[in-house]
Design a protein around this ligand. Structure first.
Ligand code: TYD
Ligand code: MG
Length: 457
């Protein structure tokens, strides 16, 4: 690290530090992201320069732990994602594309908590929008009467001075990239500023015991802009995602010190703000048209709950030398693997076909259990034959073409039955599983991909 008062060169993309300027960051491979930054004190901010250390006291691993008290937000989907409510003294980073609805969500959260019977003090500090703009949004959301304390500033010194004297329960900083500390000689949004401001605010949140929400912008690659260190500093990282043209929004925990990380919360953006979606499957399937080739319904699991989504594939003869593969909402490497299995194990000729895959509704799926549904959609599009529209499908495909068992078959079937599906295509490996009841559905157990094709034809 550079000497106090000296400077160092920091990659604005990944936070790597170099002693001198260079055009390309060796760590993340980005060009023109390295910027000179002055170093003050410990490189963070205004900690006293020299303080003598004192001896630590060690304790045993066992002992009385204090039960976490949690603040319910009044928004069930957020409570689910945060692990049952907000933990006082914790810092939560909320990332997402511009315009996805971060400010809307947090204003709703702030108002909802402020309206609780105990009237906790809730502060909404906007560095991006003027008071009037936030007021217009509050009016649109019908929240203008909520006892939220609103301010518009970017000066972290002022914020800290004010909060230090307050009895804050929840503080929202929108966004951390607009905040600045005078001591740090770089522009707002630079790695040094973001890191120093976040550090000071998080320190205060721990000291005073309020819940701190930091809004963070994301880069084109989808990571929270500025340093990765920000993700390490906070207790919880939530991503708010969704496709531009769609009104579904998904709140996803990617890190959570106080709960599970695979939970999602589903919202719908309406003209009066974000509305919780209690039954995401019904919403994702709302626009589905039955009896179309290349479409099938995947019974997936997101976190602890089952979600049904439509998977669409389009296979058409290519006019290029190398066929095109395009994927929205799924992993393109995983698609390549499924296609390779279909070619090598089932003799399908896909090398002269363009293949497009789409997860309808803008959901991003990462479960391998979707393999079988993807294979089915491709086969159905290739043969131009629709799958019965009351059928759901799930299963993982192995490289030898075998279909492997996936977790929670029961919840998947139960959800499908609830939504009126009458049959399911699933791995054969559950035969010995006595717990698997059939939920009055017609079950087709399939052992390998070749069988799937034979069954379908
Ligand atoms: P916003 O919360 O400002 O996004 P972010 O803070 O993530 O940049 O959301 C802006 C978008 O949401 C904007 O395009 C308008 C839309 N919107 C609605 O559709 N309904 C609403 O009630 C509100 C407040 C916004
Ligand atoms: Mg905003």
């Amino acid at each position: 690290m550079a000497k106090k008062g000296g400077s160092e060169f920091v990659c604005q993309n990944c936070g790597s530090i170099y002693p001198k300027w260079q055009g390309k960051c060796d760590a993340c491979g980005e060009w023109n992201t390295i910027v000179e930054e002055k170093v003050g004190g410990d490189g963070f901010s205004n900690l006293p320069a020299k303080k003598k250390g004192k001896l630590l006291e060690f304790v045993a691993l066992s002992g009385e732990e204090t039960a976490l008290s949690r603040i319910p937000t009044g928004i069930k989907e957020l409570d689910r994602v945060s692990g049952g409510g907000l933990v006082p003294g914790s810092a939560i980073l909320v990332g997402g594309d511009p315009g996805i609805g971060k400010s809307t969500l947090l204003l709703q959260v702030c108002a909802s908590i402020a309206n609780a019977p105990t009237h906790p003090e809730c502060y909404y500090i906007s560095g991006e929008e003027a008071i009037d703009q936030v007021r217009i949004r509050a009016k649109r959301l019908g929240l203008e009467q909520s006892p939220v304390k609103l301010a518009s500033t970017t000066d972290v010194k002022d914020i800290i001075e004010t909060l230090n004297k307050s009895d804050a329960a929840v503080v929202i900083i929108d966004s951390i990239q607009t905040m600045y500390l005078e001591e740090v000689e770089s522009t707002p949004g630079s790695v040094a500023q973001v890191r120093a401001c976040a550090y000071e605010l998080i320190k205060l949140a721990k000291k005073k015991g309020f819940v701190l929400f930091l809004v963070g912008h994301v880069t084109k690659q989808g990571a929270i802009a500025g340093p990765r260190v920000l993700e390490h500093m906070v207790d919880t990282v939530l991503y708010f995602e969704g496709e531009r043209g769609h009104h579904f929004r998904i709140l996803r925990a990617v890190k959570n010190r106080y709960g599970a990380t695979d939970e999602i919360g589903v919202f719908e953006m309406q003209d009066k703000g974000l509305v919780e979606v209690e039954n995401p499957s019904a919403l994702f399937l709302a626009e589905r048209q039955g009896n179309i080739s290349g479409s099938c319904v995947f019974a997936g699991i997101e976190g602890s709950r089952p979600v049904l989504v439509e998977i669409q594939a389009l296979v058409s003869p290519t006019s290029y030398a190398s066929p095109k593969r395009a994927v929205v909402g799924w992993d393109s490497n995983r698609l390549a693997m499924v296609l390779a299995v279909l070619e090598a194990r089932c003799g399908m000729n896909l090398s002269s076909q363009d293949i497009y895959l789409n997860i309808a509704g803008g959901l991003k799926i990462s479960e391998p259990a979707a393999d079988l549904a993807v294979a089915m959609a491709v086969i159905s599009s290739m043969t131009n034959k629709p799958l019965p529209s009351d059928t759901v499908i799930f299963g993982e495909i192995g490289l030898s073409g075998e279909i492997r068992a996936v977790s929670q078959p029961n919840s998947r079937l139960k959800e499908a039955h609830k939504l009126g599906f009458a049959s399911a295509i699933m791995p054969a490996s559950y035969k010995k599983d006595k717990k698997l009841n059939n939920h009055e559905m017609l079950i087709h157990e399939i052992g390998n991909v070749q069988r799937l094709i034979n069954w379908f034809n």
